[in-house]
Write a protein that binds this ligand. Structure first.
Ligand code: NAD
Length: 300
């Protein structure tokens, strides 16, 4: 069992830390927000009053933070946790962040004599609570081997994607597909309606034909065909527009930096940007169909 310092006890990190406790690890959490700390403490996660105390005796440090600047700040910036822990400590960053920051964090960890992986997740708050997340891991073989049994307490699929930053690369490529495919499915429903084709008929055909995809079959953006999809509960998330937009922006940043042409990803990013600017950033991302049909935020 590991001794784990866990930073970032928010919507994702809170339940993930709790699953580590349930698996028998010795966890000490920390969050800058008193409310998040209290919620985790009430749920059964021991919580420290500062980041240094949370990691001082740890053999593993896990971060689940909003963006690259927070991770770099924790590793080598104002918190300087790399200077607090013993050499050889394993750093696992589960946040979704830009690839450049992920690689900079990994380089700083290596320089300080630590092991590190980037290990962003797919599966959302439900996956975090149910310990069914998918982890996409970037880092050296030795670091991955040490991280895997810890990640298994929080998820059910752990994929080693290559060297530092490749976990983030897998995450943003996957979510770029998701953003684009949800818009494609939404456009099909908008067109079907204009053509007098019912939503159920389109679903029955396309979900078992070549148009079949997760955005249609599992997460259908109109109410009715898939009772569990957010469309049936007024687009309560699920996976919010703001989070999809964050991932699409990261994908476009990476496209520019690497010289990849991703015109559909760029268009998807712009459409979610417009929808969020209308004040719908808190809705589930499948609500983009309501933007496409001209009634933003209201089911078709
Ligand atoms: P959140 O805002 O609920 O939680 C982030 C927490 O980090 C906050 O409680 C904040 O106070 C804390 N924090 C910020 N800086 C800190 C620091 N230096 N030290 C300690 N705590 C600090 O966000 P979330 O939904 O839990 O998402 C966390 C990460 O997971 C993000 O990178 C997000 O993109 C990614 N993610 C989220 C989802 C989702 O469905 N929510 C799904 C996949 C990935």
């Amino acid at each position: 069992m590991s001794t784990i310092g866990f930073l970032g006890l928010g919507n994702m990190g809170g339940p993930m830390a709790l699953n580590l406790v349930k698996a028998g690890h010795k966890v000490l959490g920390f969050d800058l927000s008193a409310a998040a700390s209290k919620m985790s403490a009430d749920a059964g996660v021991p919580v420290a009053t500062n980041a240094t105390d949370a990691v001082r005796d740890a053999d593993t440090v896990i971060t689940m933070l909003p963006a690259g600047k927070h991770v770099l700040d924790a590793y080598s910036g104002s918190m300087n946790l790399l200077g607090v822990v013993r050499p050889g400590t394993l750093f696992i960053d589960c946040s979704t962040i830009d690839i450049a920051s992920a690689r900079a964090a990994s380089a700083a960890a290596t320089k300080a004599g630590m092991l590190s992986v980037d290990a962003p997740v797919s599966g959302g708050v439900g996956g975090a609570s149910g310990a069914t997340l998918t982890f996409m891991v970037g880092g050296a073989d030795e670091a991955f081997a040490k991280a895997k049994p810890i990640l298994e307490a929080m998820g059910k699929k752990i994929v080693h994607c290559g060297g530092a930053g490749n976990g983030q690369a897998a995450k943003i490529c996957n979510n770029m597909v998701l953003g684009i495919s949800m818009i494609g499915v939404g456009e099909a429903f908008v067109l079907a309606k204009k053509l007098g084709l019912s939503e159920q008929a389109l679903f029955d055909v396309a979900s078992t034909s070549s148009g079949s995809c997760w955005s249609l079959n599992t997460y259908c953006p109109v109410p009715g065909p898939v009772p569990t999809s957010p469309a049936n509960r007024n687009y309560a998330p699920g996976f919010a527009v703001d989070l999809m937009l964050k991932d699409l922006r990261l994908s476009q940043e990476a496209s520019r930096a690497s010289g990849a042409a991703t015109p559909m990803g760029a268009a998807a990013s712009q459409l979610f940007e417009l929808f969020a600017a209308q004040g719908h950033g808190g809705l589930d991302f499948s609500a983009i169909v309501t933007f496409l049909n001209g009634t933003p935020g209201k089911a078709p």
